[in-house]
Design a protein around this ligand. Sequence first.
Ligand SMILES: *Cc1c(COP(=O)(O)O)cnc(C)c1O
Length: 392
Amino acid sequence: MRPFNTRIHHALAARTEQGLYRQRSPLSRLDNGRVARQQPYVNFSSNDYLGLAQSPALITAWQEGLSRYGAGSGASPLVTGYHAPHLELEAQLADWLGFDRALLFNSGFSANQALLFTLLEKGDVLLQDKLNHASLMEAGMLSEATMRRFAHNNPTALARLLAQASRRMDSDSDAKPNTLVVTEGVFSMDGDVAPLAELHRVAMPQALLAVDDAHGCGVLGEQGRGSCAAAGIKPDILIVTFGKAFGLQGAAILCDHAIAEYLIQFARHYIYSTAMPPAQAYALSRACRLIQQEEWRREVLRDLGGLLKDTLDPAIPLVDTTTPIKPLVLGESQRALSYADALREQGFWVSAIRPPTVPQHTARLRITLTAAHQPDDVKQLAVAINEVFYRE
Ligand SMILES: *Cc1c(COP(=O)(O)O)cnc(C)c1O
């Protein structure tokens, strides 16, 4: 037997047995929120909430960027990979979102890891919402800080953990522990919004608050400034990602001057990774302007959300959210898979989300709306779900 063979074999067999085996489908993307695999489907599983990924303005911007700045950045930011479009995008983000500084990363995953690994040391305390993204959970577990998870969206539970953390430290020294509280603004699998004002109030005197607003930025708040703006707070650190509403990819950490400089000096994901292509930074600047200017995209999303709710049979347990993420929790994985199959037969692409991405017995359809959908697309989806529900 080759090394690792038995382990790999068993793990794959177990996944299949549990109905949790994942497969990728090579898709081609069409206009108007559609994808094709042999035949076209209306895509209700993308995070391109504002429909910018296919927008002619953004495609043109990336092409312009390529003509002006070439293909790759050629080096990491501290060597020769940091160019004028990176600097301009950082300034634009900082100004729009109300922070001293913005620092660009190649993905939200690496931004989150960079932040937690760089900030946290042994003896520090990290308090995270139980449902935070895998990138945050993994970084927390691998860091030397003591990580505790608080009940989802529960400021009282956070307050209790904060009190415990300071009591424990008081017993052996009078130094206050460095404490970091991390939550998402909008939770990706549930589409619910964190009680940011309360979390901010609870965390404030004692801890730094970091908010990962991957699904809120661009969608919520005035001019799409995100969950924190909508809740009227400014966290110490804000993480925004560009793979969702921005229609591109990459991420940024927004913070004060000192934290930005600290990350530039010490964050290994920043220092030892090739900077994003300058053409991409240039296109992101355009995306940022479109997000601010094109309020109609957010209006369409709100209208489509109302239409979905009004057309679905009231017996169907769709979670009513204020975001474009509309989960339909079905319980067991097989049930979610059979709904997804039935909808696909009718021309709708809606992915079943199963454990371990979501807790056991909460497999679901994660329906996402985008500004590229037509009202009829959403109506027909709702009718199709009604049918599957009553056929069961
Ligand atoms: C998608 C996501 C990330 C990861 O961002 P990528 O740019 O896709 O790596 C991080 N945090 C949250 C909450 C996300 O939803």
